[in-house]
Design a protein around this ligand. Structure first.
Ligand code: FMN
Length: 437
């Protein structure tokens, strides 16, 4: 279905179809692991139940993130991180065997993986799944992770994307069975792709990382961007910017789809959903997690501060890499950021605990409301062309998408913005991407 040319950018036409993905994050501060109905974040049952439910709801894709080193604070894993994540490709290969249509997206970084080996493994997943594999290309933002690897934390921000672009180019050459002679700044490769092509040709390429370099990289190379901009205003702004960059890269305005991350809190009525989100925040963030969050930015021990009191009246420790490790945080901006937070909390009269809860769920965008309210909101976003889909992080595992599949999907179908069947066996088809030449 195609709607009118839209007001966001004159060259871009909205697809008018919402594609859903589910992002099984594992380590994070948004999934509640302590309820009686909470599962186990490394148990097979958690993965198999979520992906089976998602497929029942005609989701396009099941995503796994990648965390190669558990984040720590003062020598102890972050309260929010629970435990490490199993390897994405191992899990997806097993999940391919119990599913038929849903896409299998592996987040894999280009900074520490070697492209020929990675490409061959992704292509293998694509073959055994009948053309359902995708690579979510990330660069991974911390030297802390790098310490796990022989080459160490060796790439600064701009270099990471030069490296990523070479890695994707080499991977595509492997997939296309080309002879590769790559001599680059970071590595030299001589190889020839030897596997046959899958029913979708080759894995779909997602990209996650939204700095200017990350956006240009996506504009040149990606099929889909997994963005952190889910609320209306930022989604529109991001679409406009990405279309500009995609056109500048010589590609069609429609070439790159956008799926922001999202948290959905749904109920029969708006009032019940508002009540539910207040309860959810108390489950996600307790006094210990609230202090933990601030300590990641302050970079120092804040255990002497009362979670029910105001934000700490001390300055952060501004260092390149301090006691808080791997938080993905811009340490040099610590002072600016913590000053802004203190001002915000003071203006709103929020305690440490209340402030931490108020920040929860804010990054990708949270949709709170009755099934009908949220269906209307999402239908509008996709008709406008602000997004092509959503990548939902369930706040409960493994039952966290049951209400979406049972109550939201039918309402999206009623509004004509959601598929009524899988378009075909491959991910490329189910994302509405053009077939490869
Ligand atoms: C929505 C989203 C999801 C991401 N998921 C992962 C992940 O699972 N593993 C990882 O190492 N990095 C992940 N990243 C981080 C990227 O690897 C990247 O390092 C980071 O966004 C910094 O790049 P940038 O400056 O271009 O934004 C994610 C980023 C975004 C925006």
């Amino acid at each position: 279905m195609t709607s009118d040319p839209h007001p966001i950018h004159p060259s871009h036409t909205p697809t008018g179809v919402l594609r859903l993905g589910v992002f099984f994050q594992g380590v994070n501060s948004s999934t509640v692991w302590r309820l009686p109905e909470s599962g186990d974040q490394v148990a097979w049952d958690s993965f198999s139940r979520i992906i089976t439910t998602a497929q029942r709801g005609l989701f396009s894709a099941f995503f796994l993130g990648e965390g190669l080193r558990l984040r720590e604070h003062r020598g102890v894993p972050l309260e929010s991180d629970v435990a490490g994540r199993p390897d994405a490709q191992t899990l997806l290969a097993a999940l391919a065997g119990i599913t038929e249509n849903i896409g299998l997206v592996a987040t894999q970084n280009t900074t520490y993986n070697d492209p020929v080996d990675l490409a061959r493994r992704l292509q293998s997943l694509d073959l055994i799944s009948g053309g359902r594999a995708a690579w979510n290309v990330v660069t991974t933002d911390n030297a802390w992770t790098g310490e796990n690897f022989r080459r160490g934390g060796y790439l600064d921000h701009a270099d990471r994307y030069t490296h990523a672009e070479a890695a994707v180019e080499i991977a595509r050459q492997v997939w296309r069975g080309e002879e590769i002679e790559h001599v680059g700044a970071h590595y030299t490769v001589r190889a020839t792709g030897r596997l046959p092509r899958s029913p979708q040709g080759e894995p779909v390429v997602f990209q996650a990382g939204v700095s200017p370099e990350g956006r240009d990289f996506a504009a040149r190379t990606a099929d889909v961007v997994f963005s952190p901009f889910g609320d209306r205003e930022r989604a529109i702004e991001f679409r406009r910017d990405l279309v500009e960059r995609t056109l500048a890269a010589g590609r069609d305005a429609q070439a790159v789809q956008i799926m922001p991350g999202a948290e959905l809190v749904l109920a029969e009525t708006d009032a019940e959903a508002e009540e539910k989100v207040r309860w959810l925040r108390t489950q996600q963030i307790g006094p210990r997690q609230a202090l933990d969050l601030l300590e990641q930015y302050w970079g120092r021990d804040l255990s002497a501060f009362d979670p029910d009191g105001p934000l700490p009246d001390v300055d952060p420790e501004v260092v390149v890499s301090g006691v808080t490790r791997g938080a993905g945080f811009q340490f040099e901006k610590a002072k600016e950021l913590t000053d802004a937070w203190r001002a915000e909390a003071a203006a709103k009269g929020l305690s440490i605990l209340e402030f931490a809860r108020s920040r929860q769920g804010s990054r990708g965008g949270t949709h709170v409301g009755s099934y009908d309210t949220v269906a209307d909101e999402l239908a509008e976003l996709v008709r406008l062309g602000a997004v092509d889909g959503l990548n939902i992080t369930p706040w409960l595992v493994p039952g966290g998408i049951d209400d979406i599949v049972d109550h939201l999907v039918p309402r999206l179908q009623d509004r004509g913005v959601y598929p009524s069947a899988y378009a075909g066996p491959t991910l490329r088809e189910n994302l509405g991407l053009p077939p490869l030449a």
